[in-house]
Write a protein of this length. Structure first.
Lengths: 628, 296
């Protein structure tokens, strides 16, 4: 029974839950009628339909909110403003131009989206917390405008007495009409989050820095999703005005944004339809507890949000997974066990497979020896400290170039300058003949500069395979596409690369569950997937065990040699430096102190002087070491 | 504008700024040390105001009641603060900002409901103690004595905070936490207890604001979000985590509000003006006028 088995996976359970939700939504009118005939005293069919309509609108509102919260990781307090703008669009067109509500409904996403674009552009100047505070300010400005501009919006009275077209006066027709509009919007958003564009959003949520490093212009994607989200909130607001027949300023007050937050958390921000489920439950709660005990209702809502944040960050959606796990345990079968990734994947490297993917460059080609990266007089000050002071160096194609120096020598600052994390005060960086000084990280990856970070930098909650697929999508510019299915693209190519670095068997695991060494291997695979020519490694073995260090360096060495990559790395471990590097540059107090072959550097008296008592320079079992 | 109108407007702005400073400095202090934006900060202010009205209305002697409230309300609220820090925030340090925002936001809902259940949903107001009621005659106009008292109280608290932060061991540790929490942890200070203490001080400052404001303004169920939004604006303009920033930010917002109300053409928009100012500051100097940019 393969179909049944598939339903017991988390994915399958979600489809079942989504299907149930749709069936209930679709059959609500006859169901409500039936209930009214059975229990005429307690249930009114019309009232149930009005509640249902309201739940549909709230579902659209909260799913659109989750595009930001769940898919991109942005907390906005302005979502109520766009909802309000949608409602006012319908109300004002009706009042001032005597338009029907239907053209208002069509225009509402455009108006809300436009306001979202402008305000999003402003608020995205800031990041994280400050972004949230800016959205709060924007929401309040919208509120004040609606509240105080009497001649235009009717001020605190709002606009009442909108009359809908005759066919919408029937509650059942109204319910199905709203349901149809909501369905179209939800379907559009669903296609969007599964598309390569949606993959970019997930990548940004998981790791902004890494997302930029694989070539995503993070701010632009955030602005795009902010605008789209605002536009759909506008549709929800317009639908509100159509069934509630009014618009008023309180719709836009920033605390109103609590509703989509609560519904999203209630249903689970990790799933697409979770917020819609949340909206249904929320409407139910509001009309049971909320009606009889309004004060207690606030406490219940607060407790729900608090409980979700502290105990079950997945919301009701993840409770499904819990049920599934329980069921699995009872039937004796165990779910997919947390696969042991301690058995170091690095042992399983197969360099010949890497060869199969990308033809290795011949020895002659490798040592053609042109300058790949040229750094000229690069300088950066922090206050009075010259962290990097007029550094010049040439990295030749195909070489393995090490930068060493005592703590505070400016190595990390130099790397940050080269990778565009910070801008230099003076000097030039030229890569393959192109001046790349001061370019931003997402632009650099397009040139073929790959960076591994001091702290391992992957997308921890995506699967190992998705890490590679999404990086490829981003790098190749596919993430601008709002259609297609991201998880089906570049699958084979990504699998080949994973096999090559020995991570093939782990492809379906969450990347965050891999061992440290395996995460490093994944990082390297990402770099290869991006068509990297110059690999920058900032202390690649920091935090690794001696065994992991050895394996990791074998992997790097093998891949670099076979791919004809150029390597620029800084490292504290002198065994590694002298074991790998062709060229060594020594930095001291922000300047280049010496540059040359490992042998020349090792015997340089000045280098020995600055390292005295810091690092044992003389690698044992070498001729140079014996001589010293 | 006549000289006396100008003076009156400035004085009204300063007294407005006084209460805002108390609340914003607490918010800012907590953010500086704990890196948490406490959305429930306004709720603590509201709780203190309601406790004050309850005590004053319960006792036959309003003056004694007010003095009692000045001690009891901040103490009770600081204890509530300790509970929040230990039970909720401690589990969220180092996690996404998102979760901290949502958790403290949830607390605002709990407090809003709790206040309505315990104190009812009607507005309350109390009169200032006998000694501080009435007005001071300043030439052509009379200005309420109590508003002078507010300014005085804010200055005393500002001075006390300065001494606390720059002249005591606790203050040195707090400033170290603002600068580099990891290093502080490594240097042997009990950071967990330090954070609880800081959060209690922050909550106490919000409560002090709540006690002092209650003879001056109506105590209502919506005062939590009103003051929270103002405190956000102040902290953002002045710079989160900076005492000086809270002081200057409160002056800017207080004076802007009072000058805005002065002109009939602008009174309706003074609120919007503050948010536009906040947005402009955030765009040009995201860390505020006196704040420092975050290292990361």
């Amino acid at each position: 029974m393969p179909a049944l088995t598939r339903l017991r996976t988390p994915e399958g359970m979600r489809w079942v839950a989504a299907g149930l939700l749709v069936v209930v939504a679709f059959t609500l009118p006859p169901l409500a009628g039936l209930l009214e005939t059975i229990l005429p005293d307690t249930i009114s069919a019309n009232f149930t339909l009005i509640l249902g309509t309201s739940a549909l609108v709230l579902a659209l509102w909260s799913v659109s909110y989750n595009l930001m919260l769940g898919y991109t990781g942005m907390v906005s307090f302005a979502h109520a403003a766009y909802y309000g703008i949608g409602a006012y669009t319908v109300a004002l067109l009706y009042q001032d131009l005597h338009w029907s509500v239907l053209p208002g409904l069509v225009l509402s996403p455009l108006v809300a989206g436009l306001v979202g674009l402008v305000t999003g552009f402003i608020s995205l100047r800031a990041v994280r917390l400050y972004f949230s505070l800016l959205t709060l300010a924007i929401s309040q400005v919208c509120f004040v405008i609606a509240f105080e501009w009497y001649s235009f919006t009717g001020g605190d009275n709002g606009i009442h007495g909108i009359s809908p077209p005759d066919f919408l006066l029937n509650p059942t027709v109204q319910y199905y009409f709203v349901g149809a509009v909501v369905s179209v919007c939800l379907l559009t958003m669903f296609l969007l989050v599964r598309s390569p564009f949606g993959a970019a959003l997930l990548a940004i949520r998981e790791n902004r820095l890494r997302a930029a490093a694989v070539g995503l212009n993070v701010k632009r994607y955030e602005l795009a999703v902010f605008t789209v989200s605002a536009a759909f909130a506008g549709v929800a607001g317009a639908l509100f005005a159509i069934y509630d027949l009014q618009a008023f300023p309180q719709l836009m007050y920033w605390t109103e944004s609590a509703h989509p937050v609560v519904m999203t958390l209630l249903g689970g921000s990790g799933t697409f339809l979770g917020p819609a489920l949340g909206a249904a439950v929320y409407t139910g709660l509001q009309n049971s507890i909320g009606r009889t005990f309004p004060a207690q209702f606030d406490i219940v809502l607060g407790a729900i949000v608090l409980g979700v944040v502290l105990v079950a960050p997945g919301g009701l959606g993840s409770a499904l997974d819990g049920i599934r796990r329980l069921a699995a345990r009872r039937s004796g079968s165990r779910g997919p066990a947390k696969q042991d990734s301690e058995g170091d994947a690095l042992v399983r490297i197969d360099v010949s497979k890497i060869l199969a993917i990308r033809p290795a460059k011949s020895q002659a080609e490798r040592s053609s020896g042109g300058t790949l990266l040229r750094v000229e007089g690069l300088s950066k000050r922090f206050g009075g400290l010259k962290a990097v002071d007029g550094v010049s160096l040439d990295v030749l194609e195909g070489r393995r170039h090490a930068v060493i120096g005592p703590n505070g020598a400016g190595k990390s600052t130099l790397f940050n300058l080269l990778t565009g994390q910070i801008r230099p005060d003076a000097g030039k960086v030229v890569f393959g003949g192109v001046d790349i000084t001061g370019r931003r990280p997402h632009q650099l990856s397009r040139f073929g500069i790959g960076r591994a970070f001091q702290i391992t930098n992957i997308f921890p909650k995506l699967t190992v395979l998705q890490n590679l697929q999404y990086s490829m999508l981003a790098h190749r510019g596919d993430t601008v596409r709002p259609f297609g299915i991201a998880d089906r693209r570049y699958r084979d190519e990504a699998m080949q690369l994973l096999e090559a670095v020995g991570l093939g068997p782990a492809f379906a695991l969450q990347a965050g569950l891999l061992s440290h060494g395996d995460q490093r291997a994944l990082e390297l695979a990402i770099s290869l997937a991006l068509g990297t020519r110059l690999l920058l490694l900032d202390e690649p073995t920091a935090g690794m065990s001696p065994y992991e260090t050895k394996r990791a360096m074998e992997l790097v060495n093998g891949v670099v040699a076979q791919q004809g990559l150029t390597l620029l790395f800084c490292e504290h471990d002198m065994d590694i430096v002298f074991g790998i590097a062709d060229v060594v540059t020594v930095m001291h107090q922000g300047r280049v102190l010496a540059e040359g072959t490992p042998e020349a550097i090792r015997s340089n008296p000045e280098v020995q002087r600055i390292y005295l008592g810091d690092v044992e320079l003389d690698a044992p079992q070498t001729e140079a070491g014996a001589r010293a | 504008m006549s000289g006396s109108t100008l003076a009156l407007t400035v004085l009204a702005g300063l007294s407005e700024a006084s209460v805002l400073f108390l609340v914003a400095s607490g918010l800012s202090l907590v953010f500086g040390a704990l890196r948490v934006i406490n959305m429930a900060h306004g709720s603590l202010y509201m709780v203190a105001a309601f406790i004050t009205t309850a005590i004053v209305q319960f006792l036959a002697q309003p003056a004694i009641g007010f003095l009692l409230a000045l001690v009891i309300a901040p103490a009770v609220v600081a204890l509530i603060g300790a509970l929040i820090e230990v039970l909720v925030l401690r589990r969220l340090y180092g996690r996404e900002h998102l979760l901290q925002l949502l958790a403290t936001f949830a607390l605002t809902l709990v407090f809003a409901g709790g206040v309505r259940i315990i104190f009812g949903s009607y507005n309350r107001s109390i009169r200032p103690p006998e000694l501080l009621s009435g007005g001071v005659s300043l030439g052509s106009f009379i200005f309420p004595t109590y508003k002078f008292f507010l300014m005085f109280a804010a200055l005393v608290v500002a001075a006390a905070l300065y001494v606390l932060l720059y002249r005591t061991t606790l203050g040195r540790n707090i400033r170290a936490a603002v600068a580099d929490p990891e290093l502080l942890n490594a240097s042997g200070v009990n950071v967990a207890r330090l954070f609880t203490t800081v959060f209690m001080i922050g909550a106490g400052l919000a409560a002090l604001g709540g006690v002092l404001v209650s003879p001056d303004q109506a105590v209502t169920g919506g005062m939590d979000t009103d003051v929270l939004v103002a405190a956000f604006a102040i902290s953002v303009i002045g710079g989160l985590g900076s005492l000086m920033g809270s002081f200057v930010g409160a002056l800017i917002v207080g004076l802007a509000t009072s000058f805005g109300i002065l002109f009939p053409q602008t009174s309706r928009w003074s609120l919007a003006f503050i948010f536009v100012l906040m947005a402009v500051v955030l765009m040009l100097r995201p860390w505020g006028l006196f704040g420092r940019p975050e290292a990361t």
